[in-house]
Design a protein. Structure first.
Length: 719
């Protein structure tokens, strides 16, 4: 099938001797039409990424290109990678529609640092929002070039030409036509796209906005898809690396004598870096089991119980990111004042595919196959580790088996590179599940404090919001509040020594925590006012887009006005993420004896502007809702003195099929608006919507995530 041909381009093993830079690539790859383009100027995230990484010399000329080749196929070379979000399909749709070719004629080469221009990485639901429009413009530019070439050859009025299914056609004589292959043959045209070409109007779309199955579906369901762990090279060694028992522990002594007795085992001991390697992974495991080591551990006294007190004591000065009106006036106008604190513990990324990398050093060239969201970042890290020019490093990302923000760090890649240099052999480093949990950059524990009020008319009179360590994503409210202030303490992730281990971005970083706090507080205010939670939100919302998604979800759910709490177990939550407006309504059942919460139904509506692939967007919504049940109900990292106690799925529970509710998704038709992010918005609601549904079912409010059986029973006990 055609998909096989398309996807093979991502994984072919090009000999290191033939590696070429992207500029030379354009010179030697053969004929065709090349459209080079960039999209840095439309992304504030790009500058933030530069500042965070310290890389000020990012390419300014272009960071992607499109090729129409001499066989008529269209290839997109992009630093973006496919890790399950479906952009391998949606980007192909955008190219195909603007160029008037079938989607089967589009090839995607993704993340290969020798074939693709620089890209900062794949994260933040940025691809569709920022890369997509630039890609469409490049395809439209390509269409314009093809029309010009046909005009020169056919010698008919330009206005009589149109493109259709890979051909330029004379409108007045359909038999008079030239294929894209004929037009590209013998040509080498290079265009730098500086201004946006004229894009198709929504009424002209044939492929954009239509539902397509995933182009990688066949490979993935049949097991043909390659991941980093599937890469096998001659003489490759499998590595096992000695890890400390806790974060902050220091290696005091190590005895490798018994491990070294095993035949053909390679032992590495360089400072605190200790590893054993063998051509068979089970033998490497056996050798590893014979290592005797001693570590000195720190006793910080910090654990998952007192972490919130520790974080509050360590908090830096807050930064006011939004302010309107006068809080004191709002407080004086209030009939009811509500002050609450919300807590959220550390969450692991827990991808099904652990961090894995294969590194081969040959003839001064380094080739890396790795599960990473940031291949170009990995390229620089490997070069720095080996003390070589990054021009001699090539990173090839196969499919990535889940990232969620956790695979922006490339520790396993650097480890594999170091071992490949020390051993002189290709090396695979594949973290075990235990290593995956221990080395994770967790979603940071965070605290939100809200002081708010309502007046006699049931309107929100003031809103004073303080968030610690979750960051500002999702912190600003969207309700109609005349007197409000939002203050952020500490960054959303990284950049602080307050946490006892690494923290990082976790699918819609910060917004999950902020939405849980905000929408819980809104529900409490509705209850204090004696107003139905749907009605309360609507009477405090003037944002038309938010009202529309809420009313759509409520209609689909069949919401009926009732006293609150009603005992029905219904909850509502609203949010904005990645430019997408989203509303969810859930129904839950609470077992008052066991404390178990069963989510029975979730209706979710979102306005994401133009939905490139509605089927793909719906799948992402369903995935967000499913994953969100984990952080809402069970996922929590337990630790003490830097030791992580949750090292596998026996204690760290992620959602199971038996948990899943009936899920109904609605994507509002908004084709005239720019496309927004769809990989994260729905997940931000799950903590809040479940918390509010638990309150409606029991009359008890839970202020800390996850809402596990112990916390539910504790809340019920405090009647």
């Amino acid at each position: 099938m055609e998909e096989n041909k398309i996807l093979e381009m991502d994984f072919k093993d090009t000999p290191t001797e033939s590696l070429i830079g992207r500029r030379n690539f354009i010179k030697v790859v053969g004929g065709g039409i090349f459209i080079l383009f960039n999209y840095w100027d439309v992304s504030v995230f790009a500058q933030e990424r530069r500042n965070r990484s310290g890389q000020q010399d990012l390419p300014s000329d272009f960071n992607a290109f499109l090729r129409i080749s001499e066989d008529g196929r269209v290839t997109c070379y992009t630093g973006k990678i496919e890790m399950g979000q479906g952009i391998i399909t949606s980007l192909s749709q955008e190219i195909a529609d603007e160029l008037d070719v079938s989607i089967d004629m589009v090839d995607m080469v993704m993340g290969d640092t020798d074939l693709c221009p620089y890209d900062m990485g794949t994260f933040g639901s940025l691809t569709t929002r920022f890369f997509g429009p630039a890609l469409r413009a490049a395809a439209a530019e390509g269409r314009q070039i093809l029309l010009e070439l046909a005009f020169e050859k056919l010698n008919i009025p330009f206005k009589n030409l149109e493109t259709e299914n890979g051909f330029v056609i004379d409108k007045n004589n359909k038999k008079n036509k030239l294929s894209y292959a004929q037009l590209a043959e013998g040509k080498k045209i290079e265009r730098h796209l500086k201004e946006k070409a004229e894009l198709k109007k929504p009424s002209e779309f044939k492929i954009i906005g239509k539902s397509f199955n995933r182009r990688d579906a066949f490979e993935k369901v049949t097991g043909k898809a390659k991941y980093s762990g599937d890469i096998q090279l001659p003489e490759m060694l499998y590595a096992k690396i000695l890890r400390p028992p806790a974060h902050g522990a220091k290696l005091v002594s190590v005895d490798l004598s018994e491990a070294a007795k095993i035949k053909n085992v390679v032992v590495v001991h360089e400072g605190d870096f200790v590893a054993v390697l063998h051509k068979y992974p089970d033998v490497a495991e056996e050798a590893f089991s014979k290592i005797k080591s001693k570590f000195d551990r720190t006793n910080s006294g910090i654990d998952d119980k007192n972490i919130f007190d520790h974080l509050l004591k360590s908090a830096s000065k807050g930064q006011v990111i939004a302010k309107e009106g006068d809080l004191k006036k709002g407080e004086s106008d209030s009939k009811e004042i509500i002050s609450e604190t919300y807590l959220d513990g550390y969450k692991a990324h827990a991808p099904i595919e652990p961090h894995t990398a294969v590194v081969n050093i040959e003839g001064g060239k380094v080739t890396v196959w790795a599960s990473t969201q940031t291949p170009f970042g990995a390229k620089e890290e490997v070069a720095n580790e080996l003390g070589i020019s990054s021009k001699n490093v090539r990173v090839i990302p196969p499919f990535v088996g889940g990232g969620f923000g956790g695979k922006t760090r490339n520790i396993q890649i650097v480890e594999a590179a170091r071992l490949a240099k020390l051993t002189g052999k290709p090396v695979q480093v594949a973290w075990t599940r235990k290593e995956e949990f221990f080395n994770d950059s967790f979603r940071p524990a965070a605290i939100v404090k809200i002081n708010s009020g309502i007046n006699k008319k049931g309107k929100i009179s003031f809103w004073d919001y303080h968030v610690y360590y979750a960051g500002e994503r999702g912190a600003q409210h969207f309700y109609n509040i005349q007197n409000s202030s939002t203050t952020v303490y500490g960054s959303g992730w990284g950049g602080t020594s307050a946490h006892p281990f690494a923290t990082g971005a976790w699918r819609a970083p910060g917004n999950n925590t902020n939405t849980f706090a905000r929408e819980s507080q809104i529900d409490i205010m509705a209850a204090k006012a004696g107003i139905d939670p749907l009605e309360f939100r609507l009477q405090n919302l003037t944002d038309k887009k938010m009202r529309r998604v809420l009313e759509t979800a409520a209609e689909k759910f069949g919401w009926k006005k009732s006293k609150f709490p009603s005992g029905r177990g219904f909850g509502i939550a609203l949010g904005i993420d990645a430019g997408t407006y989203v509303a969810a309504i859930a129904e839950v059942d609470v077992n008052k004896n066991s404390g178990e919460v069963k989510v029975k139904k979730v209706v979710c509506a979102q306005d994401m502007g133009l939905a490139i692939n509605p089927e793909g967007a719906a799948i992402q919504m369903e995935g967000c809702i499913t994953m969100g049940l984990g952080y809402a109900l069970k996922e929590d990292i337990h630790f003490k003195d830097g030791e992580i106690f949750d090292l596998n799925f026996d204690t760290y529970e992620i959602p199971r099929f038996s948990w899943l509710p009936k899920i109904e998704t609605i994507i509002l038709d908004n084709k005239d608006s720019a496309p927004q992010g769809g990989g994260e918005p729905a997940i931000i609601l799950m903590g809040a919507v479940v918390a509010n549904a638990i309150f409606d079912a029991t009359g008890k409010r839970i202020y800390q995530l996850p809402m596990n059986p112990e916390r539910v029973k504790e809340a019920l006990k405090n009647s």
